[in-house]
Design a protein around this ligand. Structure first.
Ligand SMILES: CC(C)(COP(=O)(O)OP(=O)(O)OC[C@H]1O[C@@H](n2cnc3c(N)ncnc32)[C@H](O)[C@@H]1OP(=O)(O)O)[C@@H](O)C(=O)NCCC(=O)NCCS
Length: 217
């Protein structure tokens, strides 16, 4: 389908070397390697899988199904699924994670849910806050959205830090909200709207400024 606002898109932050882009068919091996290497890191926070071993669910062959499904959802305007890449010191771009704006509903809502993960080997470097800031700015600008929500299990301290550092508002407590890692789990609801960024020059600019202030503090 043509004419989906904001899709496809490639987004870059030169300062950190973080970039976002649609998945490519050729990502199968890299995606499978990073997913297989991160089973213990990712499984507790992911939707309950349909059954089967992690290695099989995250094989290059499985990627082809994931790729098709994400591309279908993006073309229909229901999602903006971004592969997150990080430029290494030797100037190679490595696939290290994903940020997805999903469940996009337009008309009077103009809202999406954000989900994300990153390779544990690059955790703690601000990759996902930077990637989420890029995605939110894009969603509010070219994507025409007004609100981004993130729902997080209360015990997921690292993920809660991501949205808290970016200034998302804690708005809700959803009981037994999503089926994650084998059970219905409570989630804390966070949100950000375009009004929250008025006069800030965007979320990425605010995040950069905040990090600069921190570095000199
Ligand atoms: C949540 C997640 C995406 C954060 O990504 P990130 O790029 O590491 O984000 P940050 O660099 O901002 O780090 C966030 C917090 O993680 C913690 N952290 C830092 N380094 C870490 C490491 N090596 N290992 C584990 N946690 C670490 C810190 O508390 C940090 O907060 P701080 O900046 O206040 O110290 C990542 O931890 C992850 O992929 N977790 C597993 C999947 C998941 O939980 N997805 C979200 C579901 S809602």
């Amino acid at each position: 389908m043509l004419g989906v606002p904001g899709w496809p898109a490639e987004l870059h932050d030169a300062q950190s070397g973080v970039s976002l882009r649609p998945y490519r068919r050729s990502d199968a091996t890299a995606w499978s390697q990073v997913r297989r290497a991160n089973e213990e890191w990712l499984a507790p926070w992911e939707p309950t899988p349909p059954g089967g071993a992690w290695a099989d669910l995250n094989s290059p062959a499985s990627f082809r199904l994931v790729y098709k499904e994400l591309r279908r959802a993006a073309r229909a305007g229901h999602a903006m699924p971004f592969a997150v890449c990080l430029r290494t010191p030797d100037n190679v771009e490595r696939l290290v994670g994903q940020v997805t704006l999903g469940n996009i509903v337009r008309r009077a809502f103009c809202s999406a849910y954000a989900g994300y993960w990153v390779d544990a080997r690059v955790a703690g470097r601000g990759v996902i806050p930077t990637a989420l800031a890029l995605a939110v700015d894009h969603a509010f600008d070219q994507g025409g959205l007004h609100r981004i929500e993130v729902n997080i299990r209360p015990e997921n301290a690292a993920s809660r830090r991501v949205v808290e550092k970016l200034g998302f508002r804690e708005e809700a407590y959803h009981q037994k909200y999503l089926h994650i890692a084998g059970a219905w789990r409570d989630h804390v609801g966070y949100a950000l709207t375009t009004e929250d960024l008025a006069g800030e020059g965007g979320l990425l600019a605010r995040w950069h400024q905040q990090r600069g202030i921190r570095r000199t503090a």
